[in-house]
Design a protein around this ligand. Sequence first.
Ligand SMILES: Cc1cc2nc3c(=O)[nH]c(=O)nc-3n(C[C@H](O)[C@H](O)[C@H](O)COP(=O)(O)OP(=O)(O)OC[C@H]3O[C@@H](n4cnc5c(N)ncnc54)[C@H](O)[C@@H]3O)c2cc1C
Length: 323
Amino acid sequence: MPQRIAVIGAGIAGVAVAKQAPVGAHVELFDAHPERSATRVATGLVNPVVLKRRRVVWRAAEALAAARAFYPDSVRGSEPIYEVLRSPEEVNDWNALADHPTLGPYLGPLVESPAGIKGICLGTVNESFRVNLRAFADAARSEFTLREVVVETLEPLPKGGWLLNGTQEYDVVVLCEGYQARWAEHFWGDLRFARTSGQGLRVSLTRGPQVMLHRSHFLLPEPDGTYQLGASYGWGISSGTALPPSPQASQTDELLDSARAWIQTEVTVHSAWTGIRPTTSDRRPRWGWHPECEGLGLLNGLGSRGTLHAPLLAQELWSALKR
Ligand SMILES: Cc1cc2nc3c(=O)[nH]c(=O)nc-3n(C[C@H](O)[C@H](O)[C@H](O)COP(=O)(O)OP(=O)(O)OC[C@H]3O[C@@H](n4cnc5c(N)ncnc54)[C@H](O)[C@@H]3O)c2cc1C
């Protein structure tokens, strides 16, 4: 088993890899630009259903089991997500899909729609929950040596192992660079990223629900009485060297327009934030060990589901090394 492990990137991928590393190994995390981390702006939803398409998320059952074991109760909310259903047809569809062999178990009971929401009822998304991802990742980082530097050079050593930034030697290096993916694409080649920007809003409502709702976007109550609304999807980020864009008025308007279709009360915007998701063209993560470069691992491509998938895939990465 490796003694010295370097994990490049301290978002949820890097943190999940570090926390599940072999017992006894010394793990160091490298991350110089936390402001570029998607994890810092993520809402932290663990949701087994692609609500827009009424489909089960890839490997939902296994990923949920790993996520439940990985995130402590102290950072997990106890409430599920509810889908706002606006017509009798939508209610019928929800009920019909509840018999579906794979999707059905996640489509839970119908409950009353709260005041201020234009829905005839809400559908419960079974097994969904929210993680305070930023607090979790911040606490997890402090368990390891955190090197706040960019990894500028990464070379295999003739005797085995890896040399980082020309000075530090490690037995194993795991690349968890998020959308930047400089070293992942250097060693693996084109990983077919289709990076997406996302913008979220902090808003106040004159009369808001106390539960997490989804319709076109998510509306999530915060402890201070405000809400998170989002996140939008923006395309066209062709390179990993791009910085997260500034909040765009057009994206704010788009979020507000779609929210007004189902939120009855007045919405006041306080602030906006953005990030870049490490999305891939086939919507599948990239993880595993390099076939030729011994001791070089990868966990990336978590797209919009890093909270759900990172614990399972990090676990699988380490299991594959033991074989
Ligand atoms: C607005 C928004 C809302 C979202 N909401 C959700 C949600 O509700 N649920 C969900 O599951 N997902 C959500 N996501 C997606 C989620 O953020 C990602 O799936 C996840 O954070 C990706 O984690 P990561 O660790 O792969 O990447 P990141 O969090 O981006 O971490 C990568 C880190 O690597 C560092 N790095 C890269 N290269 C180097 C280098 N050479 N040297 C040193 N450091 C380096 C970067 O600085 C960065 O900090 C959301 C995303 C956005 C933008």
